[in-house]
Design a protein around this ligand. Structure first.
Ligand SMILES: *[C@@H]1O[C@H](CO)[C@@H](O)[C@H](O)[C@H]1NC(C)=O
Ligand SMILES: *[C@@H]1O[C@H](CO)[C@@H](O)[C@H](O)[C@H]1NC(C)=O
Ligand SMILES: *[C@@H]1O[C@H](CO)[C@@H](O)[C@H](O)[C@H]1NC(C)=O
Length: 373
């Protein structure tokens, strides 16, 4: 048991969709263990997604009056964010953490490949639409991160999503000059601004826990980092952006859109057509984040190979009765009529024979018979 708690545990998750450019890693360790955060590629940098300290329940006496609050993100960002590797000991790297008692620090971080980070000011980030392939997420950092930030003019980034999609921004790290630490909103010198449709929707100079998430109202956002000095020896900012919502898919040939909302869509093929891969008439799509759960474009509806009769269900009993009883009745009636006719023919013949015997005159025969019939 001791052995397990002392050794930092590291798990690696691969996000295959992104070709390994963004790799999520989980690590954990005790409060005085050395936890190593590393990225396999030399060109990748660390971004802290989650950091939480969970005290051991057995020693809860010290945690009751814990001060400061156990938010290890700040100390982790200071030591690890933007680097390729780092080692972290909670009680040493986080002032005040020795008051939190014994416990486990859980960290989830991301290794960001260089090509997934926008690192130049005044960049336009155009997120791909249905007709263009590409990745709808990435990271933004200021030039100099995590060693310094600055510049004489504000550093701007514009993110544009396809219409019908929104943008979600997450402030993973911000470290700029703070004018007034007691008031989070008092940021007169250096600050980060998020602008949506020419309106400043968020402004800060301090890290929040959990990290602040901003969802755009329109399909574009502007990020502005303002610095008062040419060069400030603080990290600056690291943001994560992603598209939210799925654009309306183009209906495949011989189909139409039945229903759509933010998370769900239904298509139906025209009468006599089906989706060739599933053989069904309708198709449901679910929107996960910014992607439909199916490859786009959808396959075109195709005409059924066999006419409708081939797949028609077995006739029900009333229908069967009508189909079978009617011919039987007709056949029966015909048999009866035939029998009557045969009977009269037979009787006529008999009469005829007796008449021939009696009178032996053939000329009357035909007249008699037509009379009888
Ligand atoms: C970690 O802390 C525990 C309890 O405070 C102590 O018993 C142990 O020796 C410490 N380990 C290290 C490596 O400092
Ligand atoms: C932990 O806290 C609970 C209630 O808050 C208390 O009953 C228990 O005795 C404490 N355990 C220790 C080891 O202090
Ligand atoms: C979309 O429609 C589905 C099915 O009617 C429903 O379950 C879902 O809650 C809807 N989502 C939104 C965001 O309205």
């Amino acid at each position: 048991m001791m052995f397990i708690t002392w050794l930092p545990v590291i798990f690696v998750f691969f996000q295959s969709i992104y070709g390994g450019h963004i790799e999520t890693v989980a690590a954990s360790g005790c409060q005085n263990c050395s936890i190593h955060l590393t990225c396999r590629r030399f060109t990748s940098i660390i971004g802290i997604l989650e950091a939480s300290f969970v005290p051991d329940t057995v020693s809860n006496s010290t945690i009751v009056s814990s001060f400061p609050l156990p938010y290890p993100r700040q100390c982790l960002n200071r030591r690890c964010s933007g680097n390729n590797y780092c080692s972290f000991i909670l009680v040493e790297d986080c002032p005040g953490a020795n008051f939190w008692g014994e416990g486990t620090l859980y960290i989830k971080y991301v290794c960001i490949e260089d090509d997934r980070i926008i690192k130049y000011c005044n960049s336009d980030i155009i997120l791909p639409d249905l007709r263009h392939t590409g990745i709808s997420e990435g990271f933004i950092r200021n030039p100099g991160y995590p060693r310094f930030y600055g510049g004489q003019s504000p550093c701007r980034w514009r993110i544009k999503a396809p219409t019908e999609q929104k943008i979600k921004l997450t402030i993973l790290d911000i470290s700029v000059i703070i004018d007034n630490p007691s008031n989070q909103d008092d940021c007169t010198k250096d600050h980060l601004e998020i602008i949506d449709s020419d309106i400043v929707v968020y402004s800060t100079c301090q890290q929040r826990e959990p990290p602040e998430e901003i969802i755009s109202i329109s399909d574009s956002l502007e990020v502005v980092l303002t610095s008062s000095q040419r060069l400030t020896p603080l990290r600056g900012i690291l943001l994560y952006y992603t598209a939210l919502g799925c654009p309306t898919p183009i209906p495949p040939a011989d189909s139409y859109l039945v229903f759509i909302n933010d998370t769900f869509a239904v298509f139906s093929c025209c009468v006599g057509y089906v989706f060739p891969d599933t053989g069904t008439k309708s198709r449901e799509l679910h929107c996960w984040g910014s992607k439909w759960n199916e490859m786009m474009p959808l396959p075109n509806c195709e005409q059924l190979e066999f006419p409708v009769a081939a797949v028609e269900p077995l006739p029900t009993f009333p229908k069967m009765a009508a189909d079978i009883v009617a011919p039987i009745l007709i056949i029966g009636a015909l048999i009866v009529i035939n029998s009557i006719v045969l009977f009269f023919i037979y009787r006529a013949k008999q009469k005829n024979e007796t008449k021939i015997k009696d009178e032996e005159i053939g000329a009357l025969n035909s007249k008699e018979m037509t009379h009888v019939l």
